[in-house]
Design a protein around this ligand. Structure first.
Ligand code: SAH
Ligand code: F3S
Length: 453
């Protein structure tokens, strides 16, 4: 009988992708994925280390899961920690949580079947935090695809940019681009089973420079064109970008590739040149605005999303005001903002820190502005007809949920036969986080789905 695997995923989309690939690897070792921890023979926490308290949360979750071990039984579910906390803490984790069986870093999870076997054996523990991304991708089995309409596809991993706040270069290692042929084969496999939207993933995805079949180095713009040309792929997205790595061809692709969706996550972090320099972002507020202008020149309806850090060491009121000015100037459709969180081992962690109250206050002010912009962007969609990829059921019978080109969730009444299809939807109302609409051919029949929350 197949053994049962439960995976809990934290953090970014790349972890979501990695968890799916972990399931592929473990399927070959005879494990089926289940959706409840208490039914599992093996529990894997795929962890995130980007901001503080990540490790603490993992230890408390482990403590909770430990209780699933039947009292007195020699075996219970095996417990494994994967992802960036595993990479950062390594074997230390087993000293702190001696009941933990396996610790595996993000570049070593293709070895999980061996590690699990090792943990089941005499030594009882297995740790692997080896690094090269290449060997992982070469060793992974083909991805299992299960009727999803949208798929993530990691094309680039790791980062060489060393922003002074960021742990990624330490937890994910040096920048690595997968070969073009490998990426296209995976994309074709998705397309072959009905996937219509592919999101190309990388920690710094626009640094992509994979070897092409023609012997040349391909950059991201060229890769996007090739993925968009695959039969059945109607939508392409990519995330996350480092603005200073946006080259001319990638900008041009936004104007030329109709499958490339008019929505871009382009983290700016701060609007103050002094802080950007201290963050080692290799960009100024002006160069960011210039990039936005060039992108909008080729794709006027481009919606932008971003990441912000408030309370970076040394940030003054004037620096923060510059961030607010930049936000006003760009007008974001969506955004994430965070208080600066010192990460051990990164350069900014050693600098004098701002008081927590200052960070809290600035975050509230920034989020208020960003929420207002998101609301305005959503409101401006009301009355428009948008092509929506209908990809799931809503909460009520007859209700479906889809995605607009701008990545907004759209709720609407629609037959199940439209699942997986891109359909014109007239937007009839907007909420802070989602839209509601009706099928466009029904005109403005007043049966719109409610916007939840
Ligand atoms: N390469 C990606 C991933 C960075 S992590 C990128 O450039 O976006 C995602 C976001 O988390 C970052 O953009 C940043 O805004 C935030 N972040 C990263 N480290 C942080 C830290 N130490 N404190 C607070 N926010 C942080
Ligand atoms: Fe982190 Fe900066 Fe790279 S945010 S992932 S070091 S581009």
């Amino acid at each position: 009988m197949a053994k049962k695997l439960y995976i809990q995923t934290y953090g970014c989309q790349m972890n979501v992708y990695d968890s799916a690939r972990i399931a592929d690897v473990m399927a070959e070792a005879g494990y089926d994925v289940v959706d409840a921890a208490d039914q599992a023979d093996l529990i894997i926490l795929n962890t995130c280390h980007i901001r503080e308290k990540a490790a603490e949360k993992v230890y408390s979750e482990l403590g909770r899961l430990r209780r699933l071990r039947r009292p007195g039984a020699a075996s219970g579910p095996l417990l494994a920690v994967a992802g960036c906390v595993a990479q950062a803490e390594g074997g230390e984790m087993i000293s702190r949580a001696p009941f933990l069986d396996v610790v595996v870093g993000p570049q070593a999870y293709h070895r999980l079947p061996e590690l699990v076997a090792q943990a089941e054996g005499a030594t009882g523990k297995a740790v692997d935090t080896a690094f090269p991304a290449k060997s992982k991708f070469d060793a992974l089995p083909d991805p299992h695809v299960d009727g999803r309409r949208g798929a993530f596809l990691t094309v680039q991993e790791g980062c060489d940019r060393f922003c002074t706040f960021c742990v990624v270069p330490y937890t994910r290692g040096a920048e690595y681009s997968r070969p073009v042929v490998q990426v296209l084969r995976e994309a074709q496999r998705y397309a072959g089973v009905g996937v219509v939207e592919i999101t190309l993933l990388g920690q710094n995805v626009n640094a992509y420079h994979g070897p092409g079949p023609d012997g040349a180095e391909w950059r991201l713009g060229r890769l996007i064109r090739a993925v968009a040309a695959i039969d059945g792929i109607a939508r392409v997205r990519y995330t996350t970008s480092y603005p200073a790595d946006h080259d001319d061809d990638l900008i041009a692709a936004h104007g030329e590739v109709t499958e490339l969706m008019p929505y871009l996550h382009l983290p700016v972090q701060s609007g103050s040149d002094r802080i950007l320099k201290a963050m080692n972002r290799r960009q100024t507020a002006a160069s960011y605005l210039r990039l936005v202008e060039r992108l909008r020149a080729v794709r006027p309806d481009l919606a932008l999303s971003s990441d912000f850090i408030v309370g970076f060491p040394g940030e003054t009121e004037a620096d923060f005001a510059a961030t607010l000015r930049l936000v006003e100037e760009v007008g974001f459709a969506q955004a994430y903002s965070f208080k600066y969180s010192p990460r051990p081992g990164t350069p900014a962690a050693d600098a004098a820190q701002l008081p927590e109250a200052v960070k809290t206050e600035r975050l509230a002010v920034l989020q208020c502005l960003l929420d207002r912009q998101q609301r305005a962007f959503n409101d401006a969609c009301v009355g428009r007809v948008l092509p929506v990829l209908i990809d799931g059921d809503g909460r009520k019978p007859g209700q479906r949920v889809g995605r607009s080109p701008y990545l907004q969730a759209v709720h609407l009444p629609a037959p199940a036969s439209l699942l997986g299809k891109i359909t014109d939807v007239r937007i009839v109302s907007a909420g802070g986080n989602s839209l509601a609409g009706v099928l466009a051919e029904q005109g403005t029949v007043a049966t719109a789905a409610e916007v939840p929350g």
